[in-house]
Ligand binder design. Structure first.
Ligand code: NAD
Length: 309
């Protein structure tokens, strides 16, 4: 069995690649290395250094018969999408369309698309379920929502088996500090660099943090799910930034924390219901926040020399 992972040298992609490899898949990676890192992957695989928007990607699909495509490559930063909406749409919409088109023309059996909690935008309901209204507040949220619609359409028009996974705030080893979900990795990097930990606002704002291994487990399980559907992948818990600080402090004492003004446009609280996915995929998150943060901390401790500024 062959899996193509777009964005496979990135944070979620590299863990996904390891999981599919362990399960016996031949792993292929398509990545332009814009935020990804080749050192993230130690397993045997074949690499194509290309943009997902590139029409030449057709050769990759024609030369290999992929059973599964996990589409993770994207512009991942909501703030950057406000400053550069054209670039965001080029990657996240045109790149996705190119991948969907090639997948449907080359008999891919399953297409898994990485969507985001950003699709819910200003909807303040807690927890948010897949049936709740989506009102994105950034071009990134819009491009992910449009991506979901394209995936559903490719199922209807071309019978391509697609599934969309709306991730909440994913954290864990190897997370880049360039995206939005990276508060835990930014704190880790700063404690090992003896830098100040900046907290926007009171620190009482909450997010739904989910550990990378749980996300990868959901991605892997979704390969056998045969409806064009949208599923939240989340812990279904809210955790404040102050609580994150407390957990990290137990592992690594520090006192350089500075509270600054809240980020403009930041939502106060976020939590995604995972009722539907636990029922549909027979999946539940296994890692508590304490366990996930400890594992992340150990990785940073062992690798921090390589990730200094
Ligand atoms: P990441 O930046 O670590 O990985 C993205 C990978 O895609 C990188 O290796 C990058 O080099 C590659 N890439 C980017 N644009 C490309 C292009 N045009 N062509 C080819 N390769 C390209 O990000 P991540 O956190 O692993 O995110 C993976 C996916 O999950 C993204 O689609 C993101 O929107 C989604 N997501 C992530 C989170 C999170 O908390 N990390 C939350 C919601 C959704």
């Amino acid at each position: 069995m062959k899996v193509l992972i777009t964005g496979g040298y990135g944070f979620i992609g590299s863990h996904t690649a390891e999981r599919f490899y362990k399960e016996g898949y031949e792993v292929y990676i398509l990545d332009n290395l814009s935020t990804g890192n080749k050192d993230n992957i130690k397993i045997e695989h074949k690499f194509y250094n290309m943009n997902i928007e590139d029409k030449k990607c057709c050769e990759i699909f024609e030369n290999n018969e992929f059973d599964v495509v996990v589409h993770l490559a994207a512009q991942i930063n909501a703030q950057a999408s406000i400053e550069h909406p054209y670039f965001d749409a080029k990657s996240n919409i045109l790149g996705l369309i190119n991948m969907l088109d090639l997948a449907s023309k080359n008999n891919v059996k399953k297409f898994i698309f990485a969507s985001s909690a950003a699709v819910y935008g200003s909807n303040k309901k807690l927890p948010l379920s897949e049936k709740d209204e989506c009102s994105p507040i950034s071009p990134y949220g819009v491009s992910k929502l449009a991506g979901e619609e394209y995936c559903k359409l490719w199922k209807t028009m071309y019978a391509l088996d697609t599934i969309c996974l709306r991730f909440s705030n994913v954290y864990g080893p190897r997370q880049s500090i360039k995206g939005d979900g990276g508060v835990i990795s930014i704190f880790m990097k700063n404690i090992f660099n003896s830098k100040i930990l900046y907290v926007y606002g009171t620190g009482e704002q909450t997010r739904d943090f989910i550990y990378i291994e749980d996300v990868v487990d959901a991605i892997f399980k979704s390969r056998n799910f045969c409806y064009a559907d949208v599923l939240n992948i989340s812990s279904d818990n809210q955790c404040s930034v102050n609580r994150i600080l407390k957990i990290i402090k137990k592992l690594h004492p520090f006192d350089r924390v500075q509270y600054t003004s809240p980020k403009k446009g930041d939502i106060l609280h976020s939590r995604l219901s995972n009722k539907y996915v636990t029922y549909k995929l027979n999946w539940i998150p296994l890692y508590s926040l304490e366990q996930g943060i400890e594992r992340t901390y150990i990785w940073y401790k062992e690798n921090f020399k390589d990730i200094l500024d």
